[in-house]
Design a protein around this ligand. Structure first.
Ligand code: 13P
Length: 247
C-alpha cells in the first residue's frame, strides 16, 4: 500500500516571518493527517519553517535546486544547501519553471539525478498545456516528459521519487481536471513507469495530482486508484490545507 503524500507548493509567496506564521497556523490542522505532509517553500523560508515544524509530522521541501554541487552559479541553490537547511524534498520541473525559466526535460533530468545522488526526495512535475490536451497528445507528452526526466535513474532510486501530474491548464485557474481525467493520466504514468522499471517498482512510486486542488475536491481525487495525494498551490496557503491533508 502506498502512503499518501500531500504537499503544499507555496511558490513565490510568504516572507520568512509570514512563512513562520503560516506554518504555526497549519501545524495543528495537519497534525491528524495519515499522509506524509510536506511544505515546499521559498529558499529563504526553509530554515525558519524547518525550525517552526520541528517535532511535528511535517517535512519541508525546496521549490528548486541547481544540478551542480557548488561554484559560480549566481542565484542558484545546491542540494547540499537544501539538505543542510533541513529540507528533505525538492520540487523539480514545475511547469512554471519550465515556462518562465526555460527548463528543459534534459535540465529536469540532471536535477532529478543530483537530488537522488544527494538523498533529497524529488517531487518531479509533469503535465500538458491546454493546446496539447486539445491536440489529443496529453498521454504521449507526459510519457515523454517522464522518460526523459528519469534517464539514468535506477529502479531502486525511482522508488523514492514522487511524481506530480499537473495539467498546466488547471494550475491556478480554478479549473480542476475531472477525477476521470486526473486518474487517466496518473494511470498512464504508472504504465510508463512499469515499462521502464517493471510493475513491482511502478506500484511503489507515489503519483500526486496538482491543479486547483481544494477542500471540496481533494477527497474524491485522492480516492482514485493511481492518485496518491496532491501537490497543492493556492489552497496550501490557507487553513483549508488542513482539510486537504486529512482528505
Ligand atoms: P494551484 O493549486 O494553485 O492550482 O497550483 C498547483 C500547483 O502548481 C502546485 O504545484
Amino acid at each position: 500500500m502506498r502512503k499518501k503524500i500531500v504537499a503544499g507548493n507555496w511558490k513565490m509567496n510568504m516572507t520568512p516571518s509570514e512563512a513562520v506564521a503560516l506554518a504555526e497556523t497549519l501545524k495543528p490542522l495537519v497534525a491528524t493527517s495519515e499522509a506524509d505532509v510536506v511544505f515546499c517553500v521559498p529558499a529563504v523560508d526553509i530554515v525558519p519553517v524547518v525550525n517552526a515544524v520541528k517535532g511535528t509530522n511535517i517535512e519541508v521541501g525546496a521549490e528548486n535546486l541547481y544540478f551542480e554541487d557548488k561554484g559560480a552559479y549566481t542565484g542558484e541553490i545546491s542540494a547540499d544547501m537544501i539538505l543542510d537547511a533541513g529540507a528533505k524534498y525538492v520540487v523539480i520541473g514545475h511547469s512554471e519553471r519550465r515556462e518562465y525559466f526555460k527548463e528543459t526535460d534534459e535540465i529536469v533530468n540532471k536535477k532529478v539525478l543530483k537530488a537522488l545522488e544527494k538523498g533529497l526526495t524529488p517531487i518531479l512535475c509533469c503535465g500538458e498545456s491546454l493546446t496539447q490536451r486539445e491536440q489529443g497528445i496529453t498521454i504521449e507528452w507526459v510519457r515523454m516528459q517522464i522518460k526523459i526526466a528519469l534517464q539514468g535513474v535506477s529502479a531502486e532510486e525511482a522508488e523514492k521519487i514522487v511524481i506530480a501530474y499537473e495539467p498546466i491548464w488547471a494550475i491556478g485557474t480554478g479549473k480542476t481536471a475531472t477525477t476521470e481525467q486526473a486518474q487517466e493520466v496518473c494511470g498512464a504514468i504508472r504504465v510508463v513507469l512499469g515499462e521502464i522499471y517493471g510493475c513491482e517498482t511502478a506500484e511503489k512510486i507515489r503519483i500526486q495530482y496538482g491543479g486547483s486542488v481544494n477542500e471540496g475536491n481533494a477527497a474524491e481525487l485522492f480516492a482514485q486508484p493511481d492518485i496518491d495525494g496532491g501537490l497543492v498551490g493556492g489552497a496550501s496557503l490557507k487553513p483549508g490545507f488542513g482539510v486537504i491533508a486529512n482528505a
